[in-house]
Unconditional design. Structure first.
Length: 286
């Protein structure tokens, strides 16, 4: 069994047996290249693999969907309510599950999501070795940029492990518990702040953990940019990621312009639509 097969097995364990058996048969033809499994109430299961969407023969009933959702919440929806309101649940092993339903507001605040209509399992993988293509033995500040399912989180995980193996003190700020799932080894020298807001976690890594490298996913706010500034001014290396379709879109995004204007970052690693494929390593220091 390779790692991807193990991750698929763990995901399918949330499914009722009848649906699970159908999917085991259907998924074999994808040779462990599936990145997403999407379940919609009373519709066929869909998967995303090698840049394409596929419709399978197994249909998800309302009972199937309710069963899987309750298993994901460990039969305590209330304890997962904040995550559900944010649109996802993260499994113990690092797979993010997108949640779609009907929003319930009270005084303008989202308080719950009811009538769950679809779930999207994003399969967490661990491609080892890509970090060696973009890193040197010296610390750098790097932005990983790419569209969804391009492997940004996977590359961040590999970078954390790379620097840890070089005996640098690494702090991973894992707000959504995706980088540091129990299936993944981040190295002996890595600490992980799970569930912390990224800006606050970055500052904690500076003030209480004496980190040399801080790794976090999907920067998107000015508060996070300010935390980066404080960390870099204190001598900490920052590795982060941003969503963008391509290089052209990256340079149009305000948050990306803000990051470049700091003049802290040495390079941008642009990923393609195929998971783990590095399109370009763009230097900001030439």
């Amino acid at each position: 069994m390779n790692d991807l097969e193990k991750e698929l097995e763990k995901i399918l364990d949330f499914f009722p047996n009848d649906l699970k058996l159908k999917l085991i048969f259907e998924l074999k033809k994808f040779n462990n290249s599936v990145l997403e499994i999407r379940l919609r109430k009373n519709k066929p299961v869909c998967v995303f693999s090698n840049g394409k969407n596929y419709i399978l023969n197994a249909v998800v009933s309302k009972e199937n969907l309710d069963y899987i959702f309750n298993r994901l919440c460990k039969y305590s929806v209330y304890s997962y309510q904040q995550d559900i309101n944010n649109g996802f649940i993260t499994t113990d092993f690092g797979a993010r599950v997108g949640v779609c339903g009907t929003a319930v507001y009270n005084d303008g605040n989202l308080v719950s999501v009811k009538n769950i209509s679809s779930l999207n399992f994003r399969i967490a993988k661990d491609f080892k070795g890509n970090a060696k293509r973009i890193l040197t033995d010296n610390l750098e500040n790097i932005i990983i940029a790419g569209p969804p399912t391009s492997g940004k989180t996977t590359l961040l995980r590999d970078i954390a492990r790379f620097y840890s193996e070089k005996h640098f003190k690494v702090c991973v700020v894992d707000e959504r518990n995706e980088i540091s799932g129990e299936s993944f080894d981040l190295g002996v020298m890595s600490d992980c702040l799970k569930g912390y807001k990224k800006a606050y976690g970055a500052l904690l890594s500076l003030r209480t953990l004496s980190a040399q490298v801080v790794v976090f996913d999907e920067i998107g706010t000015l508060e996070e940019c300010e935390a980066i500034t404080e960390c870099v001014n204190a001598g900490i290396s920052i590795i982060t990621s941003v969503h963008c379709k391509n290089k052209e879109e990256f340079f149009k995004r305000n948050i990306c312009k803000k990051l470049i204007q700091t003049q802290f970052f040495e390079k941008i690693v642009f990923l393609g639509e195929m998971a783990g494929k590095i399109d370009e390593i763009y230097s900001l220091k030439e």
